[in-house]
Ligand binder design. Structure first.
Ligand SMILES: [Zn+2]
Length: 480
């Protein structure tokens, strides 16, 4: 995708124009006057109107923005224009989008103009022998009055590219992307975009006694990996790192506590969406050279039933020495995350944020439209993350970490058991993880929005890459 900033429109190029009452006067000067003879400003700006002008000389679509337009409504409108351009089989799209008075987040607007061409044009066609449905669009030219637009659009492009890589990782089938190839692709991304990646193999993981990761891996023929990502620019503003932890279950059958296929196991290649989000966030921050020290931890394995698979009633000794009674092998995400969260202690982190497609319970609570959050970090920091979530429209819904919920994890024979029970599953999973932390911590359960069965505007269909834009926005505005 090529994205350029333009000052003038060219005739004979498919052009999408976005107007509301505040931008109408400034926008019409870019239009050929004969197009404006038929209609009044009110008619152009009537809520949600789409006005088409197609002649041999002109191909304009004018989208009226709704009153009180928000940045996310604008994103969705622009995405409609990008789809329409592809339906029309054009290769170049011009976009005219001046800043509506209602949208004050001028930086977010500039960044989104850069990211949307990537997010909305994304396809995963690698395994189609004939890509008949391949998008035709190759170039988007943007005309806008957003200040500093070239810098912001360039930043948005790199972010959009990173989100697409997260989507690729999640969309890859599990017979291609396993714990070993995931670690390899993280190493390759590090070399390409400028961050360090060290991968612990099975021997090292055994030496470290990461009991949770090893237990889940017992049913797999592919060895586990534990990847450590580090981005530490010379001009880093923080001494204590931000640590990101991503759940990397490359396929989750449930193990011996086998999942049913329909509506459950059949999308479980997405169970490494947290790992993908962490890897892609590194791509976004390194390619934009953000001045912050960030560490990433990605424990990875698949979870399968097999002769030696870990078993309900097993007692596992975790990396930090905690004993855990397994009662459901499908609660494996917390087993591998717990070891990574314990491992994070050695960094003396300013904050640790984990991302995981952790519980069906989180998806049941908020659907595909939000992320469930639990947090022990300082309120000021948590509020910053919540605000970042609103700006990028990856919104957070907070659930409590009250002590009573820990009662539900009491085991008869070990320090804890790995499931709580029928109710409050998203919270008891977080309570389990909290046990392995001793630093400011935020847990993000992305089980709902990570993978969509139906297309949704710029989030696309299947892998969404959720978490990357949120973390990037949070780190970009991070205050030490
Ligand atoms: Zn599971």
């Amino acid at each position: 995708m090529k994205v350029t900033i333009i000052q003038q429109l060219e005739n004979n190029i498919f052009t999408a124009i976005f107007v509301d009452e505040s931008t109408f006067k400034a926008t019409i000067k870019y239009l050929p006057s004969e197009l404006l003879e038929y209609k009044t400003q009110e008619e152009f700006c009537k809520e949600e109107a789409i006005n088409l002008y197609f002649t041999t000389k002109y191909q304009f679509i004018i989208y009226a923005l709704p009153a009180n337009v928000t940045i996310d409504k604008l994103r969705r409108k622009i995405c409609t224009a990008i789809s329409t351009a592809n339906q029309q089989k054009v290769e170049v799209l011009q976009i005219v989008c001046l800043q509506p008075a209602n949208i004050q987040e001028v930086e977010s607007l500039g960044i989104t103009l850069g990211e949307l061409p990537y997010l909305c044009n994304y396809q995963f066609l690698k395994y189609k022998r004939e890509a008949k449905e391949a998008n035709t669009l190759q170039e988007i030219r943007i005309l806008t009055d957003v200040p500093n637009v070239a810098v912001l659009v360039a930043q948005g492009e790199k972010l959009g590219n990173a989100v697409c890589i997260a989507r690729d990782w999640v969309n890859e089938p599990p017979n291609v992307l396993n714990a070993v190839t995931l670690a390899q692709s993280l190493v390759e991304a590090g070399e390409k975009y400028g961050f360090k990646v060290e991968v612990f193999d099975k021997n090292k993981i055994q030496e470290l006694k990461m009991g949770g990761l090893l237990a889940v891996n017992r049913g797999s023929k592919t060895p586990p990996t534990f990847s450590i990502l580090e981005y530490k620019p010379q001009n880093a503003l923080n001494q204590q790192p931000i640590v990101l932890v991503g759940k990397g279950i490359t396929f989750d059958t449930g193990g011996l506590s086998l999942k049913p296929t329909t509506g459950s196991m059949d999308s479980m290649k997405s169970d490494m969406a947290g790992a993908a989000a962490v890897g892609a966030t590194f791509i976004a921050i390194a390619s934009n050279q953000l001045p912050y020290y960030v560490v990433g931890l990605v424990p990875a394995t698949d979870n399968r039933p097999a002769e030696d698979a870990y078993t309900p009633n097993d007692v596992i000794t975790m990396y930090d020495g905690t004993t855990v009674e397994v009662l459901n092998t499908d609660a494996e995400g917390r087993m591998i995350l717990a070891d990574a969260l314990s491992f994070a202690k050695q960094y003396n982190p300013a904050i640790v944020i984990d991302l995981a497609t952790l519980t069906g319970s989180a998806a049941m609570a908020v659907g595909t439209n939000a992320i469930v959050m639990c947090a022990t970090a300082d309120r000021k920091v948590v509020d910053k993350l919540i605000e970042a979530g609103y700006r990028v429209h990856e919104r957070l819904v907070e659930l409590p970490l009250w002590e009573d919920y820990k009662e539900m994890l009491k085991s008869d024979i070990a320090d804890m058991k790995n499931i709580g029970g029928k109710y409050a599953g998203a919270i008891t999973a977080a309570k389990f993880l909290e046990h392995f932390t001793n630093y400011p911590w935020v847990h993000l359960d992305i089980a709902g929005p990570a993978f969509l069965e139906k297309p949704d505007s710029y989030r696309g269909k299947n892998a969404t890459g959720v978490g990357v834009r949120l973390l990037y926005e949070f780190i970009r505005n991070y205050q030490v």
